[in-house]
Design a protein around this ligand. Structure first.
Ligand code: MG
Ligand code: MG
Length: 272
């Protein structure tokens, strides 16, 4: 799930940012939570096909998380009803899974999942092609994933927070040029600190100049999550109070990993 929205209001109320630092042992505990998320997302990827509803994927996710002895962090978060966010086509993030929403061949589906294990949070998202892969969608998703990887690569001691923002943005712009298009880079939502809570300081923008914001130090953990669209970067929230869609109806992709900053560089936590 992304930072921004409700989270931004909470952050303003809390005032000055304070960033939770984890010990190496605590980072290991976060890896265990992250592995639950990674395993669950892999399971969902296997089941995301035409004729399956996002509600069914949600049930699979909850079972997978609870079978691992973990808690689905999204469920009940500010009243969110699902254990995953499932965002189809023009839905960017925070889509509510439903038995009524049946996947169709050619859909582009973002699956976002979070779990709490022994008090530590993991949060990750993947974008999945349902059945037939639409060429433009593949490029969009590839660009978004490359932006995530570029952001992760600079999440290392000695840097500043917005080095990540800049890496995400510049990689998305380079992909736009390479693909002969102009991807929208969502700036209304972004990444976030993560650890003993899902959404912690700092908010991590997906655009901006490098070299600003808090220094990156070992023990920080960040959810890095670029969102790209095939058109405008303008979004709106649907009447359900959650689902974020593109205003122009174009498709969107979303990739996310929770990452720890260590002496040795970035450590991806949401892998098996
Ligand atoms: Mg997420
Ligand atoms: Mg997140």
């Amino acid at each position: 799930m992304t930072g921004g929205g409700v989270r931004a209001v909470v952050r303003r109320l809390r005032g000055k940012a304070s960033i939770e630092l984890k010990s190496p042992g605590e980072i290991e505990a976060m890896r265990a939570a992250g592995a639950v998320v990674a395993r669950t997302l892999r399971l969902l990827e296997c089941h995301a096909r035409a004729g399956v509803s996002t509600g069914e994927l949600d049930e699979l996710a909850e079972q997978s998380i609870r079978d691992a002895g973990a808690i689905p962090s999204f469920k009940g978060y500010h009243g969110f009803p699902g254990s995953i966010c499932s965002s189809v086509n023009e839905q960017v993030v925070h889509g509510i899974p439903s038995r009524e929403q049946v996947l169709a061949d050619g859909d582009l589906l973002s699956l976002d999942c979070g779990a709490i294990l022994e008090g530590w949070h993991g949060d990750a998202a993947v974008t999945v092609h349902v059945g037939t892969v639409v060429r433009a969608d593949r490029k969009l998703s590839t660009a978004c994933r490359a932006a995530l990887e570029a952001g992760i690569a600079v999440a290392r001691p000695g840097g500043r927070l917005t080095d990540i923002s800049h890496a995400v943005e510049s990689t998305a712009l380079a992909a736009s040029a390479a693909h002969g298009t102009s991807y929208g880079i969502i700036a209304d939502y972004g990444g976030h600190g993560i650890g003993t809570a899902m959404h912690m300081d700092p908010f991590l923008p997906n655009v901006g100049r490098p070299g600003r914001g808090p220094r990156l130090v070992p023990g920080m953990a960040l959810a890095i999550e670029p969102m790209l669209t095939a058109g405008s970067d303008k979004t709106e929230e649907l009447g359900d109070g959650w689902t974020v869609v593109t205003v122009d109806g174009c498709r969107a992709a979303h990739w996310e990993h929770s990452v720890a900053i260590t002496e040795d560089g970035p450590l991806i936590l949401t892998v098996e």
